[in-house]
Write a protein of this length. Structure first.
Length: 889
């Protein structure tokens, strides 16, 4: 809504007064202002460095802190002391050499403090022996009764045979052996440990061995991860694996190793992309201005903006995630644009011979509204993200939003100060400035558009509906990327890499090394949850539709039920199974029989007597036993496929009832798993992504309306932004670019950044009283293009990032930037040129133009007369009489 004339003039006068005061302060005290800025910058640098020491790379940091999956993981970590593992891969052609190294390394691990390592495992021989010793307690009552019946029948047959009364032709001896064989084969198939040679964690050949280490610290704590990994690696080096075998390879993998690798990669990507952006932006500025002075002034301004932005982030958020770490290069590319527009206007004024002070005032006055509107529009597109609960959006939006405004403020203040100081130190040659602004590159470009305005306009008429159709096709299908390999750090798969060693560990342990954890209210609930999941797995297998989860482990699986009742049968078996039976068996059967005789001597045992290797997986920090349930995926599940991970999560969550928060409730469980993290990430992005895009589009529209104050002009600029966005989405359809939870935010951000170019071009056209769009493009087009180019550099630098999700972010942002730029700098001027032609044609062929020359001459005196009648009204309004006469003439 347009303000009443009186209020509008008051507002304009107030703003003008402040601008004059601002210009006066800059012109008279530039040094003091810059010293104040320097002080702020040094303080900001300190906190920026502290901020970049805490870059969190786990996906949980992208979700809201109160999200159920995040709360469950944190609570499970608190209760169990950590859910991550470190794996040691030992590989050589000699199994004995592998054993020797494993024992030597284990001797070193024994000396680690408890606050560093909770436990480690590499051999389950003692644990296996325990289950052999208590074999009969792990049989069902029916199996024990069947064994007892076969022994009784055998004994009865022996007695009857002794007196010649055996009339039964059956073979109870063979029946007993078959029952015994079935029991041992079942025991072997149900062995919970993936071991193959002598109880060690190996593959079938013994050439590939694994050790499992469970650290005592948080798997997301980088300092702890660095401490333990450095010590583990140092001990491996000290043992010298090649001393055990010349071909031995030993390496670390797992949660903590991956954490450090991701952190190092993100930090390297951040530094490299920022450095590349700064270099290319400064090189572009130098190539454009041919002046190191311009490079120094603009780079100093945007550098201060970045430092202050990250200092504010340190106090507001306190850390960076793998998305926000890349904002430095984005802010450089976008934030410098405001200085480029202001500098272009200043040089234009100076080139026309305007004095320094007046040129400075005019450059501030004529650009501050447009640049602020552009900065605010970009800031809005970021800031709208900050109101979402998804931290991947909100933190990115907060930092980007304040970054745009801070860079605008820094450049608006610092650039004029630098100009004044440099001019006093060494004044620029006005002739060279005039030559610079009279370079005809921009004018040639404007002329090219003007000459081809009809072709370009008609091409736009064809392109817009095609773009709308492409957009509709793109949004009508699921466009999410589900391959984790295309969303995570691009790491080496070669020898010596973490993935190289992790593949070897998976050959030994399978997908069990990536298990999910449930924590129940009590041991009874854990038993119910375990049985429910086990039944679901068995039913699906029987139906020929196996699930992605393949095994469930809980404490009661290892602690047999009904021991007293079983013990009564075992006592019968002790009397019935005589040692002399061993002599009647084959060597293999004798081996089973020997184990069975030993096992029959065991009395019932308590939970606490289970092997430590078993108990430690189900013991919480406070000593509570039996509430933990561990679920492993089958080896066919592709754990780099988000859809498979989600299916695992859904199979578990649909079987048990999840607790709403961190508190344990009867009948409900905590579910700590990466699968739930991804389920919640996709749910958040699907819900909040389209919402923030629509809100951003509407908010930018309101800003345009407030800036231009006229509905027609606002809709015009808004329309070309919409056309650019349609072309952007259609290009994604054409190039088959998939969305993910990183690059989705380029859509609302492109709305805010893409509108800058249309605003700046049309605002200059308006300031020039709409004389000629070609003149507006000639005077502003080169600066707008340079702005876009620096933004493209900021995004484009991410294309070389190892983080493939951020590389896809860069690709999408570049496509969006080019789409909006083409519509603002090419199609909009072409359309306005066509409109100018129509207006000129109407003026030339209107009613006045149709009159004969004599009639026109006779009609001329009428116009002043009619105007003369209005003189008193104009005079009453305070207009000088002389001015009225001049108009009448």
């Amino acid at each position: 809504m347009k303000l009443p004339e009186k209020k509008q003039s008051k507002l304009r006068r107030a703003l003008l007064k402040r601008q004059i005061g601002f210009s006066w302060a800059i012109y008279h005290s530039p040094g003091k202002i810059l010293l104040g800025v320097l002080a702020v910058s040094l303080v900001s640098l300190f906190f920026t460095l502290k901020l970049f020491q805490d870059v969190r790379t786990d996906f949980a940091t992208l979700l809201p802190e109160n999200d159920r999956s995040v709360v469950h993981v944190k609570e499970a970590t608190r209760r169990t002391g950590g859910v991550g593992n470190i794996f040691v891969s030992i590989n050589s052609p000699d199994f004995e050499a592998n054993k020797k190294f494993a024992h030597a390394y284990a001797a070193l691990l024994e000396k680690y403090p408890k606050d560093l390592i909770k436990f480690f495992d590499f051999n389950s021989r003692d644990t296996e022996q325990f289950f052999k010793d208590y074999l009969f307690y792990y049989l069902s009552l029916d199996e024990l009764k069947e064994l007892r019946a076969s022994l009784r029948k055998r004994l009865e047959k022996t007695r009857l045979s002794a007196v010649g009364l055996d009339l039964d032709e059956s073979n109870p001896d063979a029946q007993f052996k078959n029952v015994l064989k079935k029991i041992f084969e079942k025991h072997k198939s149900e062995n919970p440990f993936g071991v193959n040679k002598e109880g060690y964690f190996t593959d079938a050949t013994g050439e590939n061995m694994a050790m499992i280490i469970r650290p005592a610290g948080d798997a997301a704590d980088q300092k702890f991860a660095r401490k333990i990994i450095d010590r583990l690696q140092a001990d491996i080096n000290a043992l010298n694996p090649q001393g055990f075998h010349t071909k031995m390879e030993v390496g670390l993998s797992g949660t903590y190793v991956s954490l450090l690798q991701n952190f190092a990669s993100v930090l390297q990507d951040t530094v490299e992309t920022a450095a590349l952006t700064i270099f290319l932006v400064l090189a572009s500025i130098y190539a454009y201005y041919r002046s190191m002075r311009m490079v120094a002034m603009l780079s100093a301004g945007v550098l201060v903006g970045i430092l202050v932005t990250f200092a504010v982030t340190y106090f507001k958020i306190g850390y960076l995630n793998q998305q926000t770490a890349f904002l430095a290069s984005i802010i450089v590319g976008n934030g410098i644009n405001f200085g480029l527009i202001q500098m272009a206007r200043y040089l234009e004024e100076r080139g026309h011979g305007v004095h320094l002070k007046r040129a400075l005032n005019r450059s501030i006055f004529y650009t501050i509204s447009a640049t602020f509107m552009a900065a605010f529009a970009t800031s809005i597109s970021y800031s709208i993200l900050s109101v979402t609960t998804f931290r991947g959006f909100s933190q990115f939006g907060f930092i980007g939003g304040i970054g745009m405004v801070i860079c605008w403020a820094a450049l608006t203040v610092m650039l004029p100060c630098f100009i004044v100081l440099f001019e006093r130190w060494r004044p620029q040659n006005v002739h060279k400035i005039r030559q610079f602004i009279q370079r005809d590159n921009a004018r040639k470009f404007a002329s090219l558009i003007h000459r081809n305005r009809k072709i370009l306009t008609y091409f736009m008429y064809a392109l817009v509906p095609v773009s709308i159709l492409g957009t509709m096709l793109y949004v009508s299908k699921d466009r999410f990327e589900y391959d984790l390999k295309k969303l995570t750090i691009k790491v080496s798969e070669g020898a010596g890499s973490e993935n190289y060693y992790l593949r070897r560990v998976h050959q030994v342990l399978g997908n069990g090394s990536n298990a999910s954890m449930l924590i129940a209210f009590d041991r009874e609930d854990a038993h119910k949850a375990g049985e429910a999941l086990e039944k679901k797995i068995a039913d699906a297998k029987a139906a020929g539709k196996p699930l992605f989860i393949s095994s469930v482990r809980w404490l009661d699986q290892f602690y047999p039920q009904n021991q007293e009742e079983k013990f009564e049968i075992i006592k019968d078996l002790r009397r019935l199974f005589l040692p002399k039976y061993l002599s009647m068996m084959s060597p293999k059967e004798r081996e089973w029989g020997t184990v069975a005789l030993k096992a029959l001597k065991k009395d019932p045992f308590k939970t606490e007597e289970l092997p430590e290797m078993v108990l430690r997986f189900f013991r919480e920090v406070d000593g509570t036993l039996g509430r933990v349930v561990i679920v492993a995926a089958n080896n066919d599940a592709v754990l780099s496929n988000i859809l498979d991970i989600i299916k695992i999560g859904n199979e578990i969550s649909s079987t048990v009832t999840l607790a709403p928060g961190a508190s344990l409730e009867k009948g409900k469980v905590l579910f700590a798993s990466e699968s739930m993290i991804f389920i919640d990430i996709l749910a958040n992005v699907s819900k909040e992504g389209p919402f923030v895009t629509v809100i951003c589009f509407l908010a930018v529209g309101l800003l345009i309306g407030f800036g231009f104050r006229k509905l027609g002009e606002s809709l015009f600029v808004y329309g070309f932004l919409a056309f650019g966005m349609f072309a952007f989405i259609a290009a994604l359809q054409f190039f088959e670019v998939k969305l993910n939870f990183f690059n989705f935010i380029t859509i609302p951000i492109t709305i805010g950044i893409g509108v800058d170019y249309a605003i700046n071009i049309y605002y200059r056209y308006k300031v020039d009283h709409k004389r000629s769009i070609s003149d507006a493009v000639a005077s502003t087009g080169s600066a707008v293009f340079l702005c876009s180019w620096t933004t493209i550099i900021g995004y484009g630098s991410m294309l070389w990032a190892k983080n493939q999700a951020m590389a896809s972010f860069g690709l999408m942002a570049v496509i969006g930037e080019i789409s909006c730029l083409v519509f603002a700098l090419v199609f909009m001027p072409a359309y306005l040129g066509m409109r100018e032609d129509r207006l000129k044609h109407l003026a030339a062929t209107g009613p006045a133009a149709a009159l004969p020359a004599a009639a026109k001459h006779e009609a001329k005196p009428v116009k002043p007369k009619a105007q003369a009648k209005k003189k008193p009204a104009k005079k009453a309004a305070g207009k000088p009489k002389k001015a009225v006469k001049r108009k009448a003439q």
